[in-house]
Design a binder for this molecule. Sequence first.
Ligand code: G3I
Length: 328
Amino acid sequence: MESAPPTLRTLADRRGLLIGACVADRPLADDPLYAALLARELNAVVPENMMKMGPLRPSRDRWNWGPADSIVAFAQQHRMKVRGHTLAWHGSLPAWVTGGNFAQAELRGILEEHIRGVVGHYRGRVFAWDVVNEAVDGETGGLRPMWAAALGPECLDLAFRWAHEADPQAQLFYNDFGGEGLTAKSAAIYRLVSGMLGRGVPVHGVGLQMHVGLHDYPSPAGLAANINRLAALGLQVHVTELDVQIQRGLGTPQERLAAQARVYGDLVAACLDTGRCQAILTWGVTDRYSWIPHHTGRPDAPLLFDEAGRPKPAYEAVAAALRERTPA
Ligand code: G3I
């Protein structure tokens, strides 16, 4: 009997690459196919929402560890690595913070307490954190108001220092979208992390979210150039939230799925060819649980597995990119 083709996990393990996806606690608990697919095909996970401040801290003195703990426990049971997402972001903030009318010093105290509490709770179980998410304003290249005004620019460095003190082994990342190729935003991110390194801030990597579409994605050459210049700073690079929307595309559904496969294959190949991308995670496991239809209000199929968890042409393209580049 012909043996089954190697899974993405097998192909990635051969290369020492992390291949993963963001995970939601409800389908993980309720959908056995979802859990089985995760454990079979992937070697890394990141909680989609349950480590964000809003879900984690419904009130200042209540920590809702359960849902994120269930994802971490699943990962440990299946020998998977866990990325933590995210410690400091202008999104998914709880109402007691956004409505608290806090002065800057109070906000900094709340953020320090939060970062030390979360990183301390997961110390030794989360190997990498998105410490700061989406602080750069793509229009101006400067910092978003949360950092430029509410917390103050120095607080971005402090966030990384607090996380490092809470878990000195954890790899600490700056994570953002729109800065994958050679763009004004990626130049701003490069300047930001260069400055942090120059000040001795413990930043260890940059997360490239890579939310793209059939007609708007970074050129493989631009992506590789950006990865290489970040790596030249001594930084790691993770692709943290890869998905490829197909709703905005011409052609039949089959033609769009084929085009999607080419985009996935080209982007993954470009990352692998640099030899400086340590992790590639998609933002969601199967199309059924993608955030995109909720975000756009239109159906989509952005991931590697379809609504029923079956591999799509995009899966085959990623597997091929891994096979063609994985050391024997
Ligand atoms: O859990 C509540 C539910 O109880 C309630 O009934 C429902 C309706 O209000 O909301 C549910 O919470 C939603 C949550 O997703 C879980 O589904 C929030 O409203 C919704 O805002 C939240 O959206 C998430 C979004 O980040 C904001 O946190 C998406 O699922 C998630 O995919 C998305 O992920 C972000 C990354 O963290 C950062 N990069 C961009 C990426 C896409 O926006």
